[in-house]
Each structure stands twice: as structure tokens, then as C-alpha cells.
Design a protein around this ligand. Structure first.
Ligand SMILES: [Zn+2]
Ligand SMILES: [Zn+2]
Length: 226
């Protein structure tokens, strides 16, 4: 119950963020999780439960593996890389070519069948489901609607996802119509930013216009790696 209350409060606070509230929350969650993995990747002597989980899964998905590499030290990447390659070699020596022939027949890359699941994608997917449901609970009543209307609103990928959880047609209508207004505002700000590209108009760019380049792309695509 406390967790639910806390999540709702955090979602409402994220209405004031610079973009889609759910993308903002998931970006923070992603960073929090990364800090745990990256922080523990340097420990050579004893692997933590987090690192064991990573090794068992065979690593991250492509996107999260490169993010991990960017955040980790060279020693952390080398430590994890050496242990994963050790596991890969063991698999290749045990199964020989048959393993890869089967993989090709099933149209999977050798990494795909070895890399079963990215834990970070899984964790974020679970959190996203909770957030989507909580957002609907928040918007079911009028209490926080005006704050939501002033926010950037959901990115298009999150708007598509939230539809799966909506049972109330009037809530769907509300979200859809609010989204049109929010998209209109981002479009106007972005077009205005371009028209004020050069001085002296450049000095008259508003704060919303200055943030519009990020908001416009996130509106369409959702957060990076979504
Ligand atoms: Zn989003
Ligand atoms: Zn991933």
C-alpha cells in the first residue's frame, strides 16, 4: 500500500518533468539499476547477487550492454566480459557446431539463443506496467487532471501501451484529446524555436521553446531504448 502511494506521488511529481512522465520515471529506474551493476562490476574477487544474475543471463540486450560499457570502467567491462566469454567458450566447446547450426536453422543469432533475457529490460517492463496502471488510477478522477494537462503528457509509445489497460471509454477520450493539445503545444514550441534561430529573435526564445527539441523527439519515439 505504501509502495502504491509512493509510486502515485512520484508519477504526479513527474508531471512537472521535461517530457513524458513515465519515460522520466523509467529513465531514473534504469540509471538506478545501472549504478548497482556498474558499481559491482569491478569486484573481481567475489561476485554479488546482481553480477551473478547478469552472468547467468549472458549479459544485457545490445542497447543496455553498450550503456553498461559507457558507464562502467574499463576494468569493470573487462571483468564482466572475461567471465561471459568464459561461459560462451564452455558452451561452444560442449555443443560444438551443432549448437550454431540449430541456431541458424531457427533464424536466431548465436547471441540470441545464448542471451536468453536482459534483466534490465525485464525489470523496466515490470515497472512500466505498474506505472501505466497507476497513471490511469490517478487520472480516473479530477484531482490531478489539470496538472497532467499542463504536463508534456505521454509519449506516443506510452499512449499506445496505456490503451491496453483502459476499460473506461471516457478516460480514453480524455487521454486522447489531452494528447492532441499537448502535441499541438510541443509542435508550436518546436516550430517557434526554429523561427527564432538567429539573433535578435534568438534572445526571445522561451523556456518551453528551448526544451522543445527534446520533447518533440521523445513525444514521437519515447525514451532512448524504449
Ligand atoms: Zn513515455
Ligand atoms: Zn535491455
Amino acid at each position: 500500500m505504501e509502495e502504491t502511494k509512493d509510486t502515485r506521488t512520484r508519477i504526479v511529481e513527474a508531471f512537472s518533468s521535461n517530457g513524458c512522465p513515465l519515460c522520466t520515471m523509467l529513465r531514473r529506474d534504469e540509471l538506478d539499476s545501472f549504478y548497482q551493476w556498474v558499481g559491482q562490476s569491478n569486484e573481481i574477487a567475489k561476485n554479488s547477487a546482481r553480477i551473478k544474475q547478469l552472468l547467468d543471463a549472458g549479459g544485457f540486450c545490445n542497447f543496455h550492454f553498450w550503456r553498461f560499457q559507457e558507464m562502467s570502467t574499463h576494468y569493470g567491462s573487462a571483468n564482466i566480459g572475461a567471465q561471459l566469454i568464459d561461459k560462451l567458450l564452455e558452451t561452444m566447446r560442449t555443443h560444438k557446431q551443432k549448437y550454431f547450426v540449430d541456431a541458424i536453422k531457427h533464424r536466431e543469432s548465436h547471441f540470441k539463443i545464448w542471451l536468453i533475457e536482459c534483466h534490465l529490460c525485464y525489470e523496466l517492463g515490470e515497472k512500466e506496467r505498474v506505472y501505466l496502471k497507476e497513471l490511469l488510477a490517478i487520472l480516473r478522477h479530477n484531482g490531478h487532471r489539470s496538472r497532467y494537462e499542463k504536463s508534456c503528457g505521454l509519449c506516443m509509445p506510452h499512449l499506445m501501451k496505456v490503451i491496453d489497460y483502459i476499460e473506461d471509454v471516457s478516460l480514453l477520450k480524455y487521454l486522447f484529446e489531452t494528447e492532441i493539445d499537448q502535441l499541438e503545444k510541443v509542435k508550436t514550441d518546436a516550430a517557434s524555436l526554429v523561427s527564432k534561430r538567429y539573433p535578435p529573435l534568438r534572445w526571445r526564445q522561451t523556456e518551453d521553446e528551448k526544451k522543445s527539441w527534446f520533447r518533440a523527439i521523445e513525444k514521437i519515439a519515447g525514451r532512448r531504448g524504449a
